[in-house]
Design a protein around this ligand. Structure first.
Ligand code: BGC
Length: 500
């Protein structure tokens, strides 16, 4: 069995949490269009629909904040297990809803679970991963999110042919299955070795590391070395004794919390969810008429998103975080810019009787806009999608990792919520102006990443102390980190020379 098989297995099982995340945010968009759903809930107004949709994100926000404390106290593993049960409850309430109140409550409860999972899964994956494949393991959660979005869409599509309330109850209920699989599978998954050391269970951590790194060989040199590194880091952290939420705002964590919150906020400010939530109406505006054409175009969008995440899984640890984010932002910015120009130069607005907007683009401009949307999704999926989750999960020291990630994750949900709320208004009001705003944000992100975000690929979690305690200007700090690398190499060479 390959040496890292166990690490991949643990990373893949916990990624199911990402699947629940993707499924539950994806499932509602097409249900909203189902006639049986509209009739059953008395044709909710657009404000009521907004509440039903966004209560999930509100739950996610609260859940991610709470998870910081829970995952420290009760372990990452138990938090994931408990979240999957809470998710089942939320899904059951949604599936069995008798009125709007029940549906909204179900969305909120499921949101609590998704919020908890979205913070705990990447932290857990990051803590069980060997440094050289950490990006890849955390990318698995992003891949699972894209699978969740995709499968939710096609299940909705399949069920909308059913001639009864089952058309919307099935897609809502079926998500209990992966949640139960996650719950059961987690029994076979170990605790995070880093959490164990931090909870004075170094012996157990030793066994887990041996299982994860060396097929159970407790004397393998890499296992002993990593255990020592973790113990030493925890010992030093205890001496400095920063553990409270207030310490997030002080040196040496403050810089990292700013970067973590910024990367999560910018991930949402790519505008990805404008497309994920409202693609059908954007496709319609751009000239794909007929319900089916724009629905299928959105389904294809889900497939593009899933497939384009694969290169990130394969190569993110080789490309590095900085380069990938910079190229990703350039790709997103350019595609937005071209779409804005193509639309702005040719649009001729008219409104249907129901108030929906048509841009009446000429064929060429309409195809160009659609292709640019797909290329934008490709750029996002290969870069900001996975790294938005990887980076915060790897930059904090053990004792603050969970708390800090709860804040960074909450900022992701907050921006998700706000963008979900204002986007439909802006799409209608300023059309291509919104593309231009996102293009400007993306071009600004190129500079922000270049100036402030140090590279973290291939570093152990314990080494992050060295990376983040220098100058806040990442591009000026290279020399210090190179010197650190030279010293480490010297020490290794000296040890080898000693032995021989
Ligand atoms: C984002 C989600 C988004 C998804 C799309 C995730 O990384 O956090 O908001 O819907 O990617 O694939």
């Amino acid at each position: 069995m390959g040496k890292n098989f166990q690490a991949y297995f643990v990373g893949a099982v916990s990624a199911l949490g990402g699947f629940l995340f993707g499924y539950d945010i994806g499932v509602m968009s097409s249900i909203l269009e189902m006639e049986y759903w509209k009739v059953y809930f008395n044709r909710p107004s657009s404000v009521e629909v907004g509440v039903i949709v966004s209560l999930l994100t509100a739950g996610c926000f609260v859940g991610s904040l709470a998870a910081g404390w829970i995952a420290d106290k009760f372990s990452r593993k138990r938090t994931i297990m408990a979240s999957s049960l809470v998710f089942c409850l939320g899904a059951a309430i949604q599936c069995g809803s008798r009125n709007r109140g029940m549906l909204i409550a179900g969305r909120f409860v499921a949101g609590l679970a998704v919020g908890c999972l979205s913070m705990t899964v990447p932290v857990f994956q990051s803590e069980i991963a060997p440094a050289h494949i950490r990006g890849r393991l955390v990318s698995l959660q992003q891949w699972a999110i894209t699978w969740g979005l995709l499968i939710a869409f096609w299940i909705d599509y399949g069920c909308h042919f059913i001639d009864s309330d089952a058309s919307w109850r099935i897609p809502m209920g079926i998500q209990i299955v992966p949640a139960l699989i996650l719950f059961v599978a987690m029994f076979f998954i170990p605790y995070s070795p880093r959490w164990l050391v931090d909870h004075d269970q170094a012996e157990k951590a030793h066994q887990v590391l041996a299982r994860l790194r060396a097929n159970g060989d407790i004397n393998a040199p890499e296992v002993l070395a990593e255990l020592e590194e973790i113990k030493e880091a925890v010992r030093v952290e205890r001496e400095t004794a920063v553990r409270s939420y207030m310490d997030l705002l002080r040196f040496p964590i403050r810089r990292r919390i700013i970067l973590g919150v910024a990367i999560q906020a910018l991930q949402q400010l790519t505008g990805i969810n404008v497309i994920m939530y409202y693609a059908t109406s954007i496709f319609k505006q751009s000239g794909l008429t007929g319900d089916n054409a724009s629905l299928i175009a959105q389904g294809v969008n889900g497939v593009v998103n899933m497939l384009a995440t694969v290169p990130a899984i394969l190569w993110i640890d080789r490309w590095g975080r900085r380069k990938t984010l910079i190229f990703g932002a350039l790709g997103c910015g350019l595609t937005y810019f071209i779409k804005a120009v193509a639309t702005g130069a040719t649009q001729h607005k008219t409104y249907d009787e129901d108030g929906s907007l048509n841009l009446n683009l000429p064929k060429g401009a309409s195809y160009l806009a659609i292709v640019m949307m797909y290329l934008f999704v490709v750029s996002f999926a290969m870069s900001w999608g996975p790294i938005g989750w990887i980076y915060p999960s790897e930059i904090f020291p053990m004792h603050m990792r969970s708390k800090a990630n709860s804040i960074t994750t909450a900022s992701n949900w907050l921006f998700n919520f706000v963008i979900g709320l204002v986007a439909p208004i802006l799409i209608k009001k300023i059309t291509w102006g919104l593309d231009l705003i996102f293009a400007i944000i993306m071009f600004a992100s190129v500079g922000i990443i270049y100036l402030f975000f140090p590279e973290t690929k291939n570093r152990s979690l314990e080494e992050m102390e060295v990376i983040f305690t220098g100058s806040a200007w990442a591009h000026k700090d290279r020399k210090r980190i190179d010197e650190y690398d030279i010293t480490v190499q010297h020490n290794i060479d000296a040890k080898v020379a000693d032995k021989s």
